[in-house]
Design a protein. Structure first.
Length: 226
Protein backbone atom coordinates (compact mmCIF):
# COMPACT_ATOMS: atom_id res chain seq x y z
CA UNK A 1 0.00 0.00 0.00
CA UNK A 2 2.85 2.36 0.90
CA UNK A 3 4.62 1.73 -2.38
CA UNK A 4 1.40 2.32 -4.31
CA UNK A 5 0.82 5.64 -2.54
CA UNK A 6 4.40 6.72 -3.15
CA UNK A 7 4.16 5.77 -6.82
CA UNK A 8 0.93 7.74 -7.18
CA UNK A 9 2.52 10.76 -5.50
CA UNK A 10 5.57 10.58 -7.76
CA UNK A 11 3.34 10.29 -10.84
CA UNK A 12 1.31 13.31 -9.68
CA UNK A 13 4.42 15.38 -9.14
CA UNK A 14 5.81 14.36 -12.53
CA UNK A 15 2.53 15.27 -14.20
CA UNK A 16 2.42 18.69 -12.51
CA UNK A 17 6.03 19.27 -13.56
CA UNK A 18 5.10 18.45 -17.17
CA UNK A 19 2.20 20.89 -16.98
CA UNK A 20 4.46 23.59 -15.54
CA UNK A 21 7.04 23.11 -18.29
CA UNK A 22 4.35 23.30 -20.99
CA UNK A 23 3.00 26.49 -19.45
CA UNK A 24 6.50 27.93 -19.21
CA UNK A 25 7.15 27.13 -22.87
CA UNK A 26 3.91 28.86 -23.86
CA UNK A 27 4.84 31.86 -21.68
CA UNK A 28 8.19 32.20 -23.42
CA UNK A 29 6.57 32.12 -26.86
CA UNK A 30 3.97 34.71 -25.86
CA UNK A 31 6.66 36.93 -24.36
CA UNK A 32 8.69 36.76 -27.58
CA UNK A 33 5.68 37.60 -29.75
CA UNK A 34 4.61 40.52 -27.57
CA UNK A 35 8.18 41.80 -27.56
CA UNK A 36 8.15 41.78 -31.36
CA UNK A 37 4.78 43.59 -31.42
CA UNK A 38 5.96 46.42 -29.19
CA UNK A 39 9.26 46.81 -31.03
CA UNK A 40 7.34 46.88 -34.32
CA UNK A 41 5.17 49.70 -32.97
CA UNK A 42 8.23 51.83 -32.27
CA UNK A 43 9.79 50.80 -35.59
CA UNK A 44 6.69 51.78 -37.59
CA UNK A 45 6.64 55.21 -36.00
CA UNK A 46 10.36 55.71 -36.68
CA UNK A 47 9.96 54.59 -40.31
CA UNK A 48 7.03 56.89 -41.05
CA UNK A 49 8.60 59.85 -39.29
CA UNK A 50 12.09 59.33 -40.72
CA UNK A 51 11.20 58.91 -44.41
CA UNK A 52 9.68 61.81 -46.31
CA UNK A 53 8.42 59.67 -49.22
CA UNK A 54 6.96 57.07 -46.88
CA UNK A 55 5.26 59.80 -44.85
CA UNK A 56 3.72 61.24 -48.03
CA UNK A 57 2.58 57.76 -49.09
CA UNK A 58 1.04 57.19 -45.68
CA UNK A 59 -0.95 60.43 -45.98
CA UNK A 60 -2.11 59.50 -49.48
CA UNK A 61 -3.20 56.07 -48.23
CA UNK A 62 -4.95 57.54 -45.17
CA UNK A 63 -8.55 58.65 -45.14
CA UNK A 64 -7.66 62.33 -45.41
CA UNK A 65 -5.29 62.05 -48.35
CA UNK A 66 -3.73 65.37 -47.30
CA UNK A 67 -0.11 65.87 -48.30
CA UNK A 68 2.01 68.90 -47.48
CA UNK A 69 2.95 71.12 -50.42
CA UNK A 70 6.68 70.58 -49.91
CA UNK A 71 6.34 66.80 -49.39
CA UNK A 72 8.04 64.55 -51.97
CA UNK A 73 5.81 62.70 -54.42
CA UNK A 74 5.50 59.09 -53.22
CA UNK A 75 6.48 56.34 -55.62
CA UNK A 76 4.31 53.33 -56.37
CA UNK A 77 6.59 51.24 -54.20
CA UNK A 78 6.04 53.59 -51.26
CA UNK A 79 2.29 53.47 -51.79
CA UNK A 80 2.40 49.67 -51.63
CA UNK A 81 4.53 49.91 -48.50
CA UNK A 82 2.03 52.29 -46.89
CA UNK A 83 -0.78 49.84 -47.61
CA UNK A 84 1.30 47.05 -46.08
CA UNK A 85 1.91 49.16 -42.98
CA UNK A 86 -1.83 49.74 -42.64
CA UNK A 87 -2.48 45.99 -42.53
CA UNK A 88 0.51 45.44 -40.26
CA UNK A 89 -0.73 48.04 -37.77
CA UNK A 90 -4.15 46.36 -37.62
CA UNK A 91 -2.53 42.94 -37.10
CA UNK A 92 -0.33 44.31 -34.29
CA UNK A 93 -3.35 45.84 -32.55
CA UNK A 94 -5.30 42.58 -32.71
CA UNK A 95 -2.43 40.28 -31.73
CA UNK A 96 -1.18 42.65 -29.05
CA UNK A 97 -4.49 42.48 -27.17
CA UNK A 98 -5.11 38.78 -27.86
CA UNK A 99 -1.62 37.65 -26.84
CA UNK A 100 -1.48 39.63 -23.62
CA UNK A 101 -4.83 38.11 -22.55
CA UNK A 102 -3.57 34.62 -23.37
CA UNK A 103 -0.38 35.38 -21.43
CA UNK A 104 -2.48 36.37 -18.41
CA UNK A 105 -4.36 33.06 -18.62
CA UNK A 106 -1.09 31.12 -18.87
CA UNK A 107 0.30 32.91 -15.81
CA UNK A 108 -2.92 32.18 -13.93
CA UNK A 109 -2.58 28.51 -14.92
CA UNK A 110 1.00 28.44 -13.62
CA UNK A 111 -0.10 29.98 -10.32
CA UNK A 112 -2.93 27.45 -10.08
CA UNK A 113 -0.51 24.55 -10.58
CA UNK A 114 1.75 25.94 -7.86
CA UNK A 115 -1.20 26.42 -5.50
CA UNK A 116 -2.65 22.97 -6.14
CA UNK A 117 0.61 21.12 -5.56
CA UNK A 118 1.84 23.52 -2.86
CA UNK A 119 5.12 24.38 -4.52
CA UNK A 120 7.22 27.48 -3.91
CA UNK A 121 7.32 30.37 -6.37
CA UNK A 122 3.67 31.31 -5.85
CA UNK A 123 4.52 34.90 -4.90
CA UNK A 124 6.46 35.58 -8.09
CA UNK A 125 3.79 33.96 -10.25
CA UNK A 126 1.07 36.05 -8.61
CA UNK A 127 3.09 39.23 -9.05
CA UNK A 128 3.68 38.41 -12.73
CA UNK A 129 -0.05 37.82 -13.23
CA UNK A 130 -0.97 41.17 -11.66
CA UNK A 131 1.61 43.02 -13.77
CA UNK A 132 0.23 41.25 -16.84
CA UNK A 133 -3.24 42.63 -16.07
CA UNK A 134 -1.71 46.11 -15.79
CA UNK A 135 0.03 45.60 -19.14
CA UNK A 136 -3.24 44.51 -20.75
CA UNK A 137 -4.93 47.68 -19.52
CA UNK A 138 -2.09 49.80 -20.91
CA UNK A 139 -1.98 48.07 -24.30
CA UNK A 140 -5.70 48.31 -24.99
CA UNK A 141 -6.38 51.00 -27.68
CA UNK A 142 -8.79 53.01 -25.56
CA UNK A 143 -8.77 55.87 -28.07
CA UNK A 144 -10.67 53.77 -30.58
CA UNK A 145 -13.61 53.49 -28.17
CA UNK A 146 -13.40 56.72 -26.18
CA UNK A 147 -13.01 59.12 -29.12
CA UNK A 148 -16.79 59.41 -29.67
CA UNK A 149 -17.04 60.45 -26.02
CA UNK A 150 -14.33 63.10 -26.60
CA UNK A 151 -12.08 61.45 -24.02
CA UNK A 152 -8.46 61.56 -25.16
CA UNK A 153 -7.03 58.57 -23.29
CA UNK A 154 -4.82 56.63 -25.70
CA UNK A 155 -3.49 53.13 -25.17
CA UNK A 156 0.02 51.99 -25.97
CA UNK A 157 -1.11 50.26 -29.18
CA UNK A 158 -1.92 52.96 -31.71
CA UNK A 159 -4.28 52.49 -34.64
CA UNK A 160 -3.67 53.37 -38.29
CA UNK A 161 -5.73 56.53 -37.80
CA UNK A 162 -3.49 57.55 -34.88
CA UNK A 163 -0.37 57.09 -37.00
CA UNK A 164 -1.70 59.00 -40.01
CA UNK A 165 -3.49 61.83 -38.22
CA UNK A 166 -2.22 65.13 -39.74
CA UNK A 167 -2.01 66.81 -36.33
CA UNK A 168 -1.48 64.05 -33.77
CA UNK A 169 0.16 61.44 -36.01
CA UNK A 170 3.76 60.42 -36.55
CA UNK A 171 4.65 63.57 -38.52
CA UNK A 172 3.74 66.03 -35.82
CA UNK A 173 5.56 69.34 -35.84
CA UNK A 174 5.27 72.69 -34.19
CA UNK A 175 6.87 75.10 -31.79
CA UNK A 176 4.76 73.97 -28.84
CA UNK A 177 7.25 71.92 -26.85
CA UNK A 178 4.55 70.67 -24.50
CA UNK A 179 2.62 69.09 -27.39
CA UNK A 180 5.84 67.65 -28.85
CA UNK A 181 6.70 66.01 -25.53
CA UNK A 182 3.23 64.45 -25.38
CA UNK A 183 3.60 63.15 -28.93
CA UNK A 184 7.00 61.60 -28.24
CA UNK A 185 5.61 60.05 -25.07
CA UNK A 186 2.66 58.69 -27.02
CA UNK A 187 4.69 56.95 -29.72
CA UNK A 188 8.00 56.13 -27.96
CA UNK A 189 7.95 56.47 -24.17
CA UNK A 190 4.71 54.57 -23.54
CA UNK A 191 5.72 51.57 -25.73
CA UNK A 192 9.13 51.58 -24.02
CA UNK A 193 7.39 51.53 -20.63
CA UNK A 194 5.24 48.62 -21.81
CA UNK A 195 8.44 46.82 -22.87
CA UNK A 196 9.88 47.26 -19.38
CA UNK A 197 6.71 45.89 -17.78
CA UNK A 198 6.77 42.93 -20.18
CA UNK A 199 10.37 42.13 -19.22
CA UNK A 200 9.44 42.38 -15.51
CA UNK A 201 6.60 39.90 -16.10
CA UNK A 202 8.95 37.51 -17.88
CA UNK A 203 11.60 37.68 -15.15
CA UNK A 204 9.12 37.16 -12.31
CA UNK A 205 7.29 34.31 -14.04
CA UNK A 206 10.54 32.60 -15.03
CA UNK A 207 11.90 32.75 -11.48
CA UNK A 208 8.62 31.44 -10.10
CA UNK A 209 8.61 28.52 -12.55
CA UNK A 210 12.23 27.68 -11.75
CA UNK A 211 11.42 27.62 -8.03
CA UNK A 212 8.37 25.44 -8.58
CA UNK A 213 10.34 22.97 -10.69
CA UNK A 214 13.22 22.87 -8.23
CA UNK A 215 15.66 24.31 -10.73
CA UNK A 216 16.71 27.03 -8.27
CA UNK A 217 16.63 27.46 -4.52
CA UNK A 218 14.49 29.99 -2.68
CA UNK A 219 17.29 30.54 -0.19
CA UNK A 220 20.63 31.53 -1.74
CA UNK A 221 23.40 29.11 -0.90
CA UNK A 222 26.38 30.51 0.95
CA UNK A 223 29.88 30.40 -0.40
CA UNK A 224 31.90 27.42 0.91
CA UNK A 225 34.57 28.49 3.32
CA UNK A 226 38.14 27.57 2.65
Amino acid sequence: MTNTAQSAEIATLADSADGMMIARRAKNWLFSLLLVMLLAQIGLFAAVRGSGQLAAAVHVHSATGVVAADAPTPSQRMLWLAELLAYLTAIIDFLGIALVLVLAMVLLLMANIMLTHRTIGMGRATSAFIWCLVLAALLFPWQAFLSPLELKIPGVLYTWHDLTDPVRGANFSGANWHANVLHWARFVVFPALALIILVVIQVKATRGARLALGESSAVPTSEPTA
